[in-house]
Ligand binder design. Structure first.
Ligand SMILES: Cc1cc2nc3c(=O)[nH]c(=O)nc-3n(C[C@H](O)[C@H](O)[C@H](O)COP(=O)(O)OP(=O)(O)OC[C@H]3O[C@@H](n4cnc5c(N)ncnc54)[C@H](O)[C@@H]3O)c2cc1C
Length: 454
């Protein structure tokens, strides 16, 4: 446990921030320090919710005076358990979203969640690079690379990052574009969490006059057939079509809807930028692989992007595993067999997303989140209860083994497991290059992200 008395500068900061600085011993402490992923028990020195840039400057100065690091963690979906002893910053107050419809750009405050960004785009015919969840922070998603429904059209979310408004350790606060510091922007596009405090980002918006999307739910026994059909359809589907497939065992716990407890849900989630015959054909081929129990694919608006996958919106404990892979019908069958085996029962959900398209090409804007050769990202998740950790680890290992040669030893930046550094997602030479940028921009190592440059 951190000793509050050992941080005199934080005492002075508390006078400035009042109840926006929470320290051990405060009744709000456990709620303040908890990340969204409740399986991670992080113990920072204090948690601050600054109201403006002057607060942030004061906060960085206090951290320097007390010899501790500053970590920005808007909500902690990606919490890694590596932020003990830091001054943890929540960016909720920086929540302005400013849309330039004609210029097709948006300035997004560092506290804004993806749902707020999409809400701001209602009626514009434009979309931002959104993933499947509306409660994920838009800045964190983008700085981490960010796999969006539109990734096959436009690459990673970071490829649509035009500029960052950054407070650096030297106290400067400014907008930075490629022309100002190309190396920093390269590193920020995928490994962006430890160069300073980003107070806002500017991103490209993409025309989306027509959006089609939704979820197709199949009988619980159809996982293998539906997964094989999705892999096959993904080979020829247009780049404008996103395909995610998943199977979830709904646990028999009070938090789950009573009618679903103990059942298995097999589903394909999809979004198409447009409404093409090729997109429809791809989905029809998948539909014919199983027994469709619900088909909710149709015209949608941008805000609906965050509801398709029906992901949890409240904090919950979770363990996860993921790997980039080149799935084919055989490897995906082995994956499902493993998930259905007695060892695999420790894993609640098994899922994959079809990559390719723009993700396989050099990014539109240079970034460490660059071209990805693999055709799929596979993931597994388990309930993050302490007694489930070991069985889940064993089962994740079994999934990895089931992939065999289809698997790579990397994943995407936003899918990295707790405790794994950036080399779990990027080439070691690129991680070393990003570490050199870090040493230049933050020579004292004042800032710490969820991920290390290892
Ligand atoms: C239900 C769910 C759905 C998801 N869907 C997707 C998806 O579709 N695609 C995808 O790519 N990922 C997805 N993710 C993963 C998610 O994008 C990552 O966990 C990511 O870390 C963002 O989570 P967060 O908003 O909680 O950020 P946090 O975990 O709070 O922050 C992540 C890191 O970003 C950096 N950071 C954030 N804000 C700032 C800032 N202002 N200044 C400096 N650094 C900053 C810091 O290093 C911080 O540690 C999903 C996660 C969940 C739980």
């Amino acid at each position: 446990m951190t000793d509050a008395a050992a941080h005199p500068a934080l005492d002075a900061l508390a006078e400035r921030l009042g109840n926006r600085l929470v320290r051990p011993g405060d009744p709000r402490w456990d709620a303040a320090r908890s990340p969204w992923n409740l399986a991670i028990d992080q113990r920072p020195a204090a948690v601050a919710t600054p109201g403006d840039v002057d607060d942030l400057r004061a906060l960085v100065a206090a951290a320097r005076a007390d010899g501790i690091q500053v970590a920005v963690q808007p909500s902690g979906h990606g919490a890694s358990g590596t932020l003990d002893g830091t001054l943890l910053v929540r960016t909720a107050a920086f929540d302005l979203v400013d849309v330039d419809v004609d210029g097709r750009t948006a300035r997004i405050g560092a506290g804004a969640r993806m749902g707020l960004v999409l809400d701001s785009l209602a009626g514009t015919g434009l979309v931002a690079m959104s993933g499947s969840s509306g409660v994920v922070n838009a800045t964190a998603f983008t700085l981490g690379g960010g796999h969006s429904w539109f990734a096959r059209s436009f690459g990673f979310g970071s490829s649509s990052l035009r500029a960052v408004e950054l407070l650096t350790a030297d106290g400067r606060h400014r907008w930075l574009r490629d022309a100002d510091d190309p190396e920093l922007l390269w590193a920020i596009r995928g490994a962006g969490g430890a160069f300073g405090v980003v107070t806002a980002i500017e991103v490209d918006l993409h025309p989306a006059p027509v959006l089609t999307g939704g979820r197709i739910v199949f009988a619980g026994t159809d996982a293998a057939a539906v997964f094989r059909a999705t892999v096959a359809a993904g080979r020829t589907a247009p780049d404008t079509l996103a395909l995610h497939a998943g199977a979830v065992r709904i646990p028999d716990v009070p938090q789950a809807p009573a009618e679903l407890r103990g059942t298995t849900i097999v589903s394909v989630e999809t979004v198409e930028l447009g409404a093409s015959a090729a997109g429809r054909a791809a989905l029809d081929a998948i539909r014919s692989a199983g027994t469709v129990v619900l088909d909710a694919v149709g015209p949608i608006d941008a805000l609906a992007l965050t509801a398709i996958a029906e992901e949890p919106t409240d904090p919950s404990p979770g363990f996860g595993w993921s790997a980039l892979a080149d799935l084919d019908e055989d490897s995906v069958t082995r994956l499902v067999e493993t998930w259905e085996s007695s060892e695999g029962q420790a894993i609640m959900g098994l899922a994959f997303r079809v990559l390719g398209g723009a993700l396989a090409a050099p990014p539109a804007r240079p970034g460490i989140a660059g071209a990805v050769r693999e055709t799929h990202i596979v993931s597994g998740h388990a309930m993050g209860l302490p007694d489930r950790a070991e069985p889940a680890e064993r089962a994740f290992g079994a999934l990895d083994a089931a992939l065999g040669v289809a698997a790579s030893d990397r994943t995407l930046g936003t899918f990295l497991a707790p405790g794994v550094g950036y080399s779990g997602a990027y080439a070691e030479s690129d991680v070393a290059r990003a570490a050199r940028v870090k040493a230049t921009v933050d020579p004292e190592g004042r800032f710490r992200g969820n991920r290390d440059f290892t």
